[in-house]
Structure formats: structure tokens, C-alpha cells
Design a binder for this molecule. Structure first.
Ligand code: PMP
Length: 357
């Protein structure tokens, strides 16, 4: 029996952060602090729990497969036509659908590395081939090298802006130049999971590129909008691309609860922005504090910071865990630390100082 067309032993696994309950038990603490998955720490937005509770009274019925109300709400808020929008079970599912809709075995998907850890998994399971271009010296995308790596097999390019896990963001002029250089038949997916945390006015909004026929933008309700556990992501692209994605998607994968929660969250723009501002202020404080020990910490435009610790990454992660703080080490490369509440960040900084000083 052949279970899969991919080599399971070679396939990288998506590593979720360690369970805080587990760590707390191990350390004999009342609770551990989880700064490992880029969530916002302030709970669901006001009204979300009530909307979801109300919606699930109809959960013996299938959800609206057309996701009409939510697509209309997104269309209105972001000034795009609803027929250009598709939703999915997190934006990670939409990334997977995009690759599935575009790539045949042997086709190439290009992305910077290190970037979002789901990209290689998505590409491998689709039968396509990953082409990774190393990040530049500042830990961001090397767009010139990426443009040079395009071949006649390239079908999709992921541009992660800001980049997970390094937090770096591309500026408008460099992204313009890159998009001009990429052939029109290559789909450029601008993954903007962290868009709401961007404060640099030079970092372009991917939605500004939608007049280009080969651009798709990925957004999520998981981060700034506080719905990671409900699973709701969305994409905007040309109508033909959005329609294709709605077709290849697993039927009914935008659940009743996720649609209702997202609709309720979208009415809370001011509170979402207030929370993002708190996160951004803390991000900049944590960055400054870390630079005393690791001057090369890059400027982050997301809700996490990157410590380029190289071979020390795993040991640093363990040292933080020993003090009850879960961060996200990438062996041999660096550590990503999600911004939490001020108290959580203080606990992390105390652990970091003990490990780095
Ligand atoms: N893109 C990037 C860059 C991410 O970091 C993440 C979440 N870690 C996602 C997409 C997927 O988020 P979700 O599936 O929760 O929408």
C-alpha cells in the first residue's frame, strides 16, 4: 500500500509550539507563558464569543458554502469586489489551494528562506519542487536573487511581507521592481498575515498591487483579529483565481463558527487597532532591550521579533523554557519570540538576559 506520493520521512513537519500546560506541570508553576505562535494575547475581540455562540445554535446545518456575508463584509472594508475574494480554513489552507490549483509535478515554487515553515510542506505535498533563495544579510527577502531564480518551470512565488519568522518587511520601490521583473504567468502570492502590525509607511499594502493580473494577496483573521483558533483566512486575486480557489477548496471548510466570529471581529476595527498599537509599542521595546545583547536583531514590522542566534538558538529556547517562557527556536538559525502582554514580555526579557548576558 502506497499511502502518499511524497516521501514522508523527508517531509518536514509543521512544529506547533509546546503546550504551556505541559511546561507549567513540568516546572511546577501555576502557568507558563506562550510566546511561540504569533497570537495576540488579549482574547477574542468584543462581541465575538456572543456571535459564535449564537451562530452555533444552527450547527446541525452546513455553513454557507459561498461565505456570502463575510466576503461582502471584507469586500466593503477593503474596497475590493467580493468576486475577487476566497476564504479558507486559515490562510495556510489558501496557500495550499493556490499551489494545488497552479502546479503540476516538477513545477517550481519559489520563496525566500528562512520564511513561513508551511511553504515547504505545501509544496512537497503538492508534488511541486521548492526553490529556496537564502535571505539576505539583513534577514529579509533578496528580491534580486529571487527574480534571477525564476525559470520556465516557476509557477508560484511566495513573498512573505512582513516575513515570518524574521519580521523584516519589503519596501514599495523594491517590490515594484520585483513585480515588474517577474513574468505575468507566474503567480506572486503576497502573504500578509502580519499586515496590521506594519508601521513603516514605505511598506506597501499588497492590495495596492491587485491591478496586476498575477498577484494574489493572503490575509488572515488569526493574528491581529484574534481568531487563530477559529481558523479563517482570505485571499484577494483576479476573479478567475479566486473562483478557481473556491472550486479546489475542501467543501464547507469555512465553518459556521469561523464565519460568524470573523463577521463580528470585523465590526471591531478600533479595538483591533488599539490592541495592535499596544503590541507594536511592546515590539519596539523588546527589540531595543534585546539589541543590548544581540545587536543584529532586525527591525520587525510584525508581532514577533527574531534573534539570529545561529547555533545557540536551541539552547536559548531551552533556557527560556526553564524559566516558564515558550519561544520558537529554529535549530542552527535563530529564535522567534511573539510579543505578548507587557508582563509576559518582561518575563521573557528576564529569561533572555539571564541566557545572553
Ligand atoms: N502566513 C504566514 C506568514 C504565517 O505566519 C501564518 C501563521 N503562522 C499563516 C500564513 C497562516 O495563518 P492562518 O492559517 O492561521 O491564517
Amino acid at each position: 500500500l502506497r499511502l502518499t506520493r511524497v516521501d514522508l520521512d523527508a517531509l518536514p513537519s509543521y512544529v506547533p509550539g509546546r503546550s504551556p500546560a505541559d511546561l507549567a506541570r513540568e516546572l511546577g508553576l501555576p502557568e507558563a507563558i506562550k510566546l511561540a505562535s504569533n497570537e495576540v494575547p488579549y482574547g477574542p475581540l468584543p462581541g465575538v464569543v456572543e456571535a459564535v455562540t449564537e451562530a452555533i445554535t444552527t450547527s446541525h446545518r452546513y455553513p454557507d458554502m459561498g461565505v456570502v456575508a463575510l466576503r461582502d463584509a471584507l469586500a466593503e472594508r477593503y474596497g475590493v469586489d467580493a468576486d475577487r475574494i476566497a476564504t479558507g480554513c486559515g490562510s495556510v489552507a489558501l496557500a495550499e489551494h493556490l499551489v494545488r490549483a497552479t502546479c503540476l509535478p516538477g513545477d517550481e515554487v519559489l520563496y525566500s528562506w528562512r520564511s513561513f515553515e508551511a511553504y515547504p510542506i505545501i509544496v512537497a505535498t503538492s508534488g511541486a519542487t521548492s526553490v529556496r533563495v537564502p535571505n539576505d544579510a539583513g534577514h529579509g527577502h533578496d528580491l534580486a536573487a529571487m527574480a534571477a531564480a525564476v525559470t520556465d518551470r516557476t509557477r508560484v512565488i511566495f513573498v512573505c511581507n512582513p516575513n515570518n519568522p524574521t519580521g523584516t518587511a519589503l519596501r514599495r520601490a523594491e517590490l515594484d521592481r520585483f513585480l515588474d521583473a517577474v513574468p505575468d504567468d507566474v503567480l506572486v502570492v503576497i502573504d500578509e498575515a502580519y499586515r496590521e502590525f506594519v508601521t513603516d509607511a514605505e511598506v506597501p499594502d499588497g492590495l495596492d498591487y491587485l491591478d496586476r493580473p498575477n498577484v494574489a494577496v493572503l490575509r488572515t483573521l488569526s493574528k491581529a483579529w484574534g481568531l487563530a483558533g477559529l481558523r479563517m483566512g482570505w485571499l484577494v486575486a483576479q476573479p478567475v483565481v479566486a473562483a478557481a480557489i473556491r472550486k479546489v477548496a475542501t467543501p464547507f471548510s469555512s465553518s459556521t463558527a469561523a464565519q460568524a466570529g470573523a463577521l463580528a471581529a470585523l465590526t471591531q476595527v478600533a479595538e483591533m487597532e488599539r490592541r495592535c498599537a499596544l503590541v507594536v509599542a511592546e515590539r519596539d521595546r523588546v527589540t531595543e532591550a534585546l539589541r543590548k545583547f544581540v545587536p543584529e536583531v532586525p527591525t520587525s514590522q510584525a508581532n514577533f521579533v527574531w534573534l539570529p542566534l545561529g547555533e545557540r538558538a536551541v539552547a536559548f529556547g531551552k533556557a527560556c523554557e526553564a524559566r516558564g517562557v515558550i519561544v520558537r527556536p529554529f535549530a542552527g538559525d535563530g529564535v522567534r519570540v511573539t510579543i505578548g502582554t507587557p508582563a509576559e514580555n518582561d518575563a521573557f526579557l528576564a529569561a533572555a538576559e539571564a541566557a545572553l548576558a
